[in-house]
Write a protein that binds this ligand. Structure first.
Ligand code: NAD
Length: 370
Protein backbone atom coordinates (compact mmCIF):
# COMPACT_ATOMS: atom_id res chain seq x y z
CA UNK A 1 0.00 0.00 0.00
CA UNK A 2 2.71 2.48 1.00
CA UNK A 3 4.63 1.69 -2.17
CA UNK A 4 1.73 2.77 -4.33
CA UNK A 5 1.16 5.98 -2.37
CA UNK A 6 4.84 6.83 -2.84
CA UNK A 7 3.74 7.81 -6.34
CA UNK A 8 1.02 10.17 -5.15
CA UNK A 9 1.01 13.97 -5.03
CA UNK A 10 -1.60 16.73 -5.25
CA UNK A 11 -2.41 15.95 -8.91
CA UNK A 12 -2.69 12.17 -8.79
CA UNK A 13 -2.72 9.37 -9.54
CA UNK A 14 -6.41 8.83 -8.99
CA UNK A 15 -6.42 5.08 -9.62
CA UNK A 16 -3.81 2.35 -9.99
CA UNK A 17 -5.22 -0.99 -11.13
CA UNK A 18 -3.27 -4.19 -11.61
CA UNK A 19 -4.73 -6.81 -13.92
CA UNK A 20 -3.81 -10.50 -13.65
CA UNK A 21 -5.34 -13.44 -15.53
CA UNK A 22 -3.11 -16.52 -15.32
CA UNK A 23 -5.39 -18.41 -17.75
CA UNK A 24 -3.94 -16.41 -20.65
CA UNK A 25 -0.69 -15.20 -19.05
CA UNK A 26 -2.01 -11.66 -18.68
CA UNK A 27 -0.24 -9.16 -16.44
CA UNK A 28 -0.77 -5.45 -16.82
CA UNK A 29 -1.50 -2.20 -15.07
CA UNK A 30 -3.57 0.92 -15.58
CA UNK A 31 -2.77 4.27 -14.00
CA UNK A 32 -5.44 6.95 -14.27
CA UNK A 33 -3.54 10.03 -13.20
CA UNK A 34 -6.02 12.91 -13.26
CA UNK A 35 -9.40 13.35 -14.94
CA UNK A 36 -10.31 16.88 -13.85
CA UNK A 37 -10.25 18.07 -17.49
CA UNK A 38 -12.08 15.01 -18.84
CA UNK A 39 -11.65 11.25 -19.34
CA UNK A 40 -7.99 10.29 -19.49
CA UNK A 41 -6.30 9.34 -22.75
CA UNK A 42 -2.94 7.60 -23.00
CA UNK A 43 -1.42 4.74 -24.93
CA UNK A 44 -1.15 1.02 -24.16
CA UNK A 45 2.56 0.23 -23.95
CA UNK A 46 3.37 -3.42 -24.54
CA UNK A 47 6.83 -4.47 -23.47
CA UNK A 48 8.49 -7.39 -21.71
CA UNK A 49 9.81 -5.27 -18.88
CA UNK A 50 7.85 -2.38 -17.41
CA UNK A 51 6.95 -1.23 -13.91
CA UNK A 52 3.85 0.36 -12.41
CA UNK A 53 6.02 3.32 -11.43
CA UNK A 54 7.00 3.87 -15.06
CA UNK A 55 3.34 3.63 -16.00
CA UNK A 56 2.52 6.32 -13.42
CA UNK A 57 5.24 8.64 -14.76
CA UNK A 58 3.92 8.20 -18.30
CA UNK A 59 0.35 8.82 -17.12
CA UNK A 60 1.46 12.10 -15.50
CA UNK A 61 3.21 13.11 -18.71
CA UNK A 62 -0.12 12.58 -20.48
CA UNK A 63 -1.97 14.75 -17.93
CA UNK A 64 0.40 17.61 -18.79
CA UNK A 65 0.54 16.88 -22.51
CA UNK A 66 -3.25 16.84 -22.90
CA UNK A 67 -3.64 19.99 -20.80
CA UNK A 68 -0.83 21.77 -22.66
CA UNK A 69 -2.55 20.86 -25.93
CA UNK A 70 -5.74 22.30 -24.39
CA UNK A 71 -7.72 19.08 -24.81
CA UNK A 72 -10.67 18.18 -22.63
CA UNK A 73 -8.87 15.05 -21.49
CA UNK A 74 -6.92 13.99 -18.45
CA UNK A 75 -3.89 11.71 -18.40
CA UNK A 76 -3.68 7.94 -18.09
CA UNK A 77 -1.57 5.05 -19.30
CA UNK A 78 -1.67 1.27 -19.48
CA UNK A 79 1.22 -1.17 -19.60
CA UNK A 80 0.92 -4.76 -20.73
CA UNK A 81 3.71 -7.24 -20.01
CA UNK A 82 4.86 -9.24 -23.02
CA UNK A 83 6.99 -9.22 -26.14
CA UNK A 84 5.07 -7.15 -28.71
CA UNK A 85 6.49 -9.41 -31.45
CA UNK A 86 4.81 -12.54 -29.97
CA UNK A 87 2.54 -14.54 -32.33
CA UNK A 88 -0.41 -12.42 -33.39
CA UNK A 89 -3.05 -14.78 -32.01
CA UNK A 90 -1.48 -14.67 -28.56
CA UNK A 91 -1.14 -10.88 -28.68
CA UNK A 92 -4.79 -10.52 -29.70
CA UNK A 93 -5.89 -12.74 -26.79
CA UNK A 94 -3.87 -10.65 -24.32
CA UNK A 95 -5.13 -7.32 -25.62
CA UNK A 96 -8.75 -8.45 -25.76
CA UNK A 97 -8.44 -9.85 -22.22
CA UNK A 98 -6.72 -6.72 -20.91
CA UNK A 99 -9.34 -4.28 -22.19
CA UNK A 100 -12.21 -6.54 -21.03
CA UNK A 101 -10.73 -6.50 -17.52
CA UNK A 102 -10.78 -2.68 -17.67
CA UNK A 103 -14.19 -2.40 -19.31
CA UNK A 104 -15.73 -0.64 -16.29
CA UNK A 105 -13.02 2.02 -15.93
CA UNK A 106 -14.70 4.66 -18.03
CA UNK A 107 -12.21 7.28 -16.93
CA UNK A 108 -9.62 5.76 -19.28
CA UNK A 109 -9.66 5.75 -23.10
CA UNK A 110 -7.25 3.33 -24.80
CA UNK A 111 -4.81 4.59 -27.46
CA UNK A 112 -1.76 3.12 -29.25
CA UNK A 113 1.79 3.41 -27.90
CA UNK A 114 5.03 1.43 -28.21
CA UNK A 115 4.25 -2.19 -29.06
CA UNK A 116 0.61 -1.60 -30.07
CA UNK A 117 -0.88 -0.29 -33.30
CA UNK A 118 -4.18 0.53 -34.98
CA UNK A 119 -5.03 -3.15 -35.47
CA UNK A 120 -4.77 -3.64 -31.69
CA UNK A 121 -7.06 -0.62 -31.26
CA UNK A 122 -9.52 -2.32 -33.62
CA UNK A 123 -9.70 -5.33 -31.25
CA UNK A 124 -10.30 -3.00 -28.29
CA UNK A 125 -13.05 -1.21 -30.19
CA UNK A 126 -14.66 -4.58 -30.86
CA UNK A 127 -14.57 -5.52 -27.15
CA UNK A 128 -15.34 -2.31 -25.28
CA UNK A 129 -15.65 0.56 -27.79
CA UNK A 130 -13.63 3.11 -25.78
CA UNK A 131 -10.54 3.74 -27.89
CA UNK A 132 -8.73 6.14 -30.26
CA UNK A 133 -6.11 5.50 -32.93
CA UNK A 134 -8.40 3.21 -34.95
CA UNK A 135 -7.88 1.98 -38.50
CA UNK A 136 -9.44 4.22 -41.18
CA UNK A 137 -12.14 1.60 -41.93
CA UNK A 138 -13.39 1.96 -38.34
CA UNK A 139 -13.49 5.76 -38.40
CA UNK A 140 -9.89 6.33 -37.40
CA UNK A 141 -7.72 9.20 -38.63
CA UNK A 142 -4.33 7.75 -39.68
CA UNK A 143 -2.25 10.48 -38.06
CA UNK A 144 1.15 9.36 -39.37
CA UNK A 145 -0.14 8.98 -42.90
CA UNK A 146 -1.68 12.47 -42.97
CA UNK A 147 1.30 14.02 -41.17
CA UNK A 148 -0.63 15.41 -38.18
CA UNK A 149 2.43 15.94 -35.97
CA UNK A 150 4.62 17.38 -38.75
CA UNK A 151 1.81 19.76 -39.70
CA UNK A 152 1.50 20.98 -36.11
CA UNK A 153 5.25 21.35 -35.82
CA UNK A 154 5.33 23.60 -38.90
CA UNK A 155 2.81 25.90 -37.19
CA UNK A 156 4.92 25.97 -34.03
CA UNK A 157 7.86 27.10 -36.20
CA UNK A 158 5.69 29.73 -37.86
CA UNK A 159 4.77 31.24 -34.49
CA UNK A 160 8.30 30.88 -33.06
CA UNK A 161 9.93 32.81 -35.91
CA UNK A 162 8.59 36.06 -34.40
CA UNK A 163 10.42 35.30 -31.15
CA UNK A 164 13.86 34.66 -32.58
CA UNK A 165 14.30 37.10 -35.42
CA UNK A 166 14.14 34.76 -38.38
CA UNK A 167 11.91 34.17 -41.36
CA UNK A 168 10.82 30.69 -42.45
CA UNK A 169 11.12 31.78 -46.06
CA UNK A 170 14.74 31.07 -46.90
CA UNK A 171 15.55 29.60 -43.45
CA UNK A 172 17.99 26.68 -43.55
CA UNK A 173 16.56 23.67 -41.72
CA UNK A 174 18.26 20.53 -40.45
CA UNK A 175 16.11 17.52 -39.56
CA UNK A 176 17.25 14.53 -37.50
CA UNK A 177 15.04 11.51 -38.31
CA UNK A 178 13.01 11.15 -41.47
CA UNK A 179 10.02 9.07 -40.36
CA UNK A 180 6.40 10.12 -39.88
CA UNK A 181 7.29 13.31 -37.98
CA UNK A 182 10.50 14.40 -39.75
CA UNK A 183 9.25 13.77 -43.27
CA UNK A 184 5.99 15.68 -42.92
CA UNK A 185 7.53 18.53 -40.89
CA UNK A 186 10.14 19.02 -43.64
CA UNK A 187 7.49 18.92 -46.35
CA UNK A 188 5.23 21.50 -44.66
CA UNK A 189 8.17 23.80 -43.88
CA UNK A 190 9.42 23.57 -47.47
CA UNK A 191 5.95 24.62 -48.63
CA UNK A 192 6.42 27.72 -46.45
CA UNK A 193 9.76 28.47 -48.14
CA UNK A 194 12.33 26.81 -45.84
CA UNK A 195 15.38 25.12 -47.34
CA UNK A 196 16.42 21.70 -45.95
CA UNK A 197 20.22 21.57 -45.94
CA UNK A 198 20.72 18.31 -44.01
CA UNK A 199 18.55 15.33 -43.11
CA UNK A 200 19.46 12.14 -41.28
CA UNK A 201 17.97 8.73 -40.62
CA UNK A 202 19.28 5.73 -38.69
CA UNK A 203 21.94 5.06 -41.35
CA UNK A 204 23.51 8.51 -41.67
CA UNK A 205 23.20 12.13 -42.80
CA UNK A 206 22.85 13.72 -46.22
CA UNK A 207 24.09 17.33 -46.48
CA UNK A 208 23.83 19.88 -49.26
CA UNK A 209 24.16 23.60 -48.42
CA UNK A 210 22.27 24.43 -51.64
CA UNK A 211 19.22 22.52 -50.44
CA UNK A 212 17.83 18.99 -50.70
CA UNK A 213 14.82 17.97 -52.77
CA UNK A 214 12.29 16.86 -50.15
CA UNK A 215 9.95 15.11 -52.61
CA UNK A 216 12.82 13.08 -54.04
CA UNK A 217 13.91 12.14 -50.52
CA UNK A 218 10.40 11.09 -49.50
CA UNK A 219 10.06 8.99 -52.66
CA UNK A 220 13.42 7.38 -52.03
CA UNK A 221 12.52 6.66 -48.39
CA UNK A 222 9.15 5.17 -49.45
CA UNK A 223 11.07 2.89 -51.83
CA UNK A 224 12.90 1.53 -48.79
CA UNK A 225 16.16 3.42 -49.33
CA UNK A 226 18.11 5.54 -46.85
CA UNK A 227 18.30 9.33 -47.14
CA UNK A 228 22.07 8.91 -47.64
CA UNK A 229 21.46 7.33 -51.07
CA UNK A 230 20.20 10.70 -52.32
CA UNK A 231 22.36 12.67 -54.74
CA UNK A 232 23.53 15.38 -55.04
CA UNK A 233 24.75 15.73 -51.50
CA UNK A 234 27.57 14.84 -49.18
CA UNK A 235 27.12 11.65 -47.14
CA UNK A 236 28.10 11.98 -43.49
CA UNK A 237 27.65 9.82 -40.44
CA UNK A 238 24.52 10.15 -38.30
CA UNK A 239 26.18 12.18 -35.55
CA UNK A 240 27.29 14.88 -38.04
CA UNK A 241 23.72 16.21 -38.15
CA UNK A 242 24.47 18.03 -34.86
CA UNK A 243 27.32 20.13 -36.33
CA UNK A 244 25.64 21.49 -39.42
CA UNK A 245 25.02 25.22 -39.22
CA UNK A 246 21.39 26.14 -39.79
CA UNK A 247 18.57 28.47 -38.71
CA UNK A 248 16.16 25.80 -37.46
CA UNK A 249 17.18 22.42 -36.02
CA UNK A 250 14.47 19.77 -35.71
CA UNK A 251 15.04 16.60 -33.69
CA UNK A 252 12.53 13.99 -34.91
CA UNK A 253 14.13 10.67 -33.98
CA UNK A 254 15.18 9.52 -30.52
CA UNK A 255 15.21 10.73 -26.90
CA UNK A 256 18.28 12.33 -25.26
CA UNK A 257 20.19 12.97 -28.49
CA UNK A 258 21.40 16.34 -27.22
CA UNK A 259 23.06 16.36 -23.81
CA UNK A 260 25.70 18.31 -21.90
CA UNK A 261 28.45 16.50 -23.81
CA UNK A 262 27.40 17.67 -27.29
CA UNK A 263 25.09 20.66 -26.81
CA UNK A 264 27.83 23.18 -27.64
CA UNK A 265 28.18 21.71 -31.11
CA UNK A 266 24.72 22.95 -32.16
CA UNK A 267 24.89 26.06 -34.35
CA UNK A 268 21.32 27.25 -34.86
CA UNK A 269 18.80 29.92 -33.81
CA UNK A 270 15.69 27.87 -33.17
CA UNK A 271 15.01 24.27 -32.10
CA UNK A 272 11.52 22.86 -32.46
CA UNK A 273 11.24 19.44 -30.84
CA UNK A 274 9.42 16.77 -32.84
CA UNK A 275 10.76 13.78 -30.89
CA UNK A 276 9.86 13.18 -27.25
CA UNK A 277 12.53 14.48 -24.82
CA UNK A 278 15.27 14.77 -27.48
CA UNK A 279 17.24 17.22 -25.29
CA UNK A 280 18.15 16.72 -21.64
CA UNK A 281 17.01 19.41 -19.22
CA UNK A 282 20.61 20.51 -18.54
CA UNK A 283 21.35 20.84 -22.26
CA UNK A 284 18.14 22.79 -22.79
CA UNK A 285 19.22 25.14 -20.03
CA UNK A 286 22.61 25.63 -21.70
CA UNK A 287 20.87 26.46 -25.00
CA UNK A 288 18.59 28.93 -23.22
CA UNK A 289 21.59 30.68 -21.69
CA UNK A 290 23.13 30.99 -25.18
CA UNK A 291 19.92 32.57 -26.49
CA UNK A 292 18.89 29.62 -28.67
CA UNK A 293 15.11 29.32 -28.59
CA UNK A 294 13.55 25.91 -27.90
CA UNK A 295 9.92 24.97 -28.45
CA UNK A 296 9.53 21.99 -26.08
CA UNK A 297 8.36 18.58 -27.26
CA UNK A 298 4.93 18.43 -25.64
CA UNK A 299 4.01 21.79 -27.20
CA UNK A 300 5.55 21.27 -30.65
CA UNK A 301 4.63 17.61 -31.22
CA UNK A 302 1.05 17.75 -29.89
CA UNK A 303 -0.45 17.31 -33.38
CA UNK A 304 -0.81 13.56 -32.77
CA UNK A 305 -2.78 13.84 -29.53
CA UNK A 306 -4.99 16.58 -30.94
CA UNK A 307 -5.72 14.36 -33.94
CA UNK A 308 -6.62 11.45 -31.64
CA UNK A 309 -8.96 13.65 -29.56
CA UNK A 310 -10.67 14.82 -32.75
CA UNK A 311 -11.16 11.19 -33.78
CA UNK A 312 -12.70 10.43 -30.38
CA UNK A 313 -15.29 13.18 -30.99
CA UNK A 314 -16.24 11.41 -34.20
CA UNK A 315 -14.94 14.21 -36.46
CA UNK A 316 -12.77 13.72 -39.55
CA UNK A 317 -9.43 14.74 -41.03
CA UNK A 318 -10.40 18.30 -41.99
CA UNK A 319 -11.53 19.03 -38.42
CA UNK A 320 -8.29 17.52 -37.10
CA UNK A 321 -6.14 19.85 -39.23
CA UNK A 322 -8.20 22.87 -38.11
CA UNK A 323 -7.88 21.91 -34.44
CA UNK A 324 -4.13 21.23 -34.73
CA UNK A 325 -3.45 24.57 -36.40
CA UNK A 326 -5.55 26.56 -33.94
CA UNK A 327 -4.23 24.86 -30.79
CA UNK A 328 -0.58 24.66 -31.83
CA UNK A 329 -0.48 28.35 -32.72
CA UNK A 330 -2.23 29.49 -29.53
CA UNK A 331 -0.23 27.27 -27.18
CA UNK A 332 3.14 28.01 -28.78
CA UNK A 333 2.48 31.75 -28.62
CA UNK A 334 1.33 31.59 -24.98
CA UNK A 335 4.38 29.58 -23.92
CA UNK A 336 6.93 31.72 -25.76
CA UNK A 337 5.35 34.96 -24.60
CA UNK A 338 5.38 33.85 -20.95
CA UNK A 339 8.95 32.62 -21.28
CA UNK A 340 10.00 35.98 -22.69
CA UNK A 341 8.10 38.05 -20.11
CA UNK A 342 9.25 36.03 -17.11
CA UNK A 343 12.74 35.32 -18.48
CA UNK A 344 12.32 31.59 -17.98
CA UNK A 345 12.85 28.55 -20.19
CA UNK A 346 9.95 27.77 -22.56
CA UNK A 347 9.79 24.26 -21.03
CA UNK A 348 9.21 25.73 -17.57
CA UNK A 349 6.60 28.11 -18.98
CA UNK A 350 4.86 25.19 -20.72
CA UNK A 351 4.83 23.03 -17.59
CA UNK A 352 3.44 25.91 -15.53
CA UNK A 353 0.74 26.52 -18.16
CA UNK A 354 -0.26 22.83 -18.18
CA UNK A 355 -0.31 22.61 -14.36
CA UNK A 356 -2.36 25.81 -14.13
CA UNK A 357 -4.94 24.44 -16.57
CA UNK A 358 -5.22 21.17 -14.62
CA UNK A 359 -5.51 23.03 -11.28
CA UNK A 360 -8.16 25.38 -12.69
CA UNK A 361 -10.22 22.37 -13.80
CA UNK A 362 -9.67 20.76 -10.38
CA UNK A 363 -11.00 23.87 -8.63
CA UNK A 364 -14.51 23.16 -10.02
CA UNK A 365 -14.54 19.61 -8.69
CA UNK A 366 -15.77 18.49 -5.31
CA UNK A 367 -13.04 15.85 -5.16
CA UNK A 368 -10.41 17.83 -7.08
CA UNK A 369 -8.73 15.05 -9.05
CA UNK A 370 -11.86 13.37 -10.43
P1 NAD B 1 9.31 6.80 -37.14
O1 NAD B 1 9.66 5.45 -36.67
O2 NAD B 1 8.29 6.97 -38.22
O3 NAD B 1 10.65 7.54 -37.67
C1 NAD B 1 11.82 7.62 -36.93
C2 NAD B 1 12.93 8.10 -37.87
O4 NAD B 1 14.10 8.33 -37.08
C3 NAD B 1 13.32 7.11 -38.96
O5 NAD B 1 13.61 7.83 -40.14
C4 NAD B 1 14.62 6.48 -38.41
O6 NAD B 1 15.47 6.03 -39.45
C5 NAD B 1 15.20 7.69 -37.71
N1 NAD B 1 16.20 7.39 -36.70
C6 NAD B 1 16.25 6.39 -35.79
N2 NAD B 1 17.36 6.49 -35.05
C7 NAD B 1 18.03 7.57 -35.50
C8 NAD B 1 19.24 8.19 -35.16
N3 NAD B 1 19.99 7.71 -34.17
N4 NAD B 1 19.62 9.30 -35.85
C9 NAD B 1 18.86 9.78 -36.85
N5 NAD B 1 17.70 9.24 -37.21
C10 NAD B 1 17.29 8.15 -36.56
O7 NAD B 1 8.92 7.62 -35.84
P2 NAD B 1 8.05 8.94 -35.75
O8 NAD B 1 6.64 8.58 -35.59
O9 NAD B 1 8.46 9.89 -36.82
O10 NAD B 1 8.53 9.49 -34.33
C11 NAD B 1 9.76 10.16 -34.16
C12 NAD B 1 9.82 10.72 -32.75
O11 NAD B 1 8.74 11.61 -32.54
C13 NAD B 1 9.74 9.71 -31.62
O12 NAD B 1 10.51 10.22 -30.55
C14 NAD B 1 8.27 9.74 -31.24
O13 NAD B 1 8.06 9.33 -29.90
C15 NAD B 1 7.98 11.20 -31.41
N6 NAD B 1 6.57 11.54 -31.63
C16 NAD B 1 5.88 11.03 -32.68
C17 NAD B 1 4.56 11.42 -32.91
C18 NAD B 1 3.78 10.92 -34.08
O14 NAD B 1 2.71 11.46 -34.33
N7 NAD B 1 4.26 9.96 -34.84
C19 NAD B 1 3.94 12.32 -32.03
C20 NAD B 1 4.67 12.83 -30.95
C21 NAD B 1 5.98 12.44 -30.78
Amino acid sequence: MNDIFKLADDLGPLKVIHVHEPGIGLKGALVVDNVARGPSVGGVRMTADVTTEECARLARAMTFKNAAADLQHGGGKTVLMGDPKMPKEQKETLIRGFCCALREVEQYIFAPDMGTDEECMGWIRDEIGRVVGLPRELGGIPLDEIGATGFGLSHAVDVAQDFCDLKIKGARIVVQGFGAVGKHATKFLCEAGAIPVAISDSTGTIHNPDGLDVDALIASKSAGKSVTEYVPGERLDGDAIIDIECDIWIPAARPDVIHEGNVNRLNTKLIVQGANIPITYAAEKALHQKGILNVPDFIANAGGVICAATEYQGAGEAAAFTAIEEKLRRNTREVLQTALQDQIMPRDAALAMARRRVEQAMSYRRWHIF
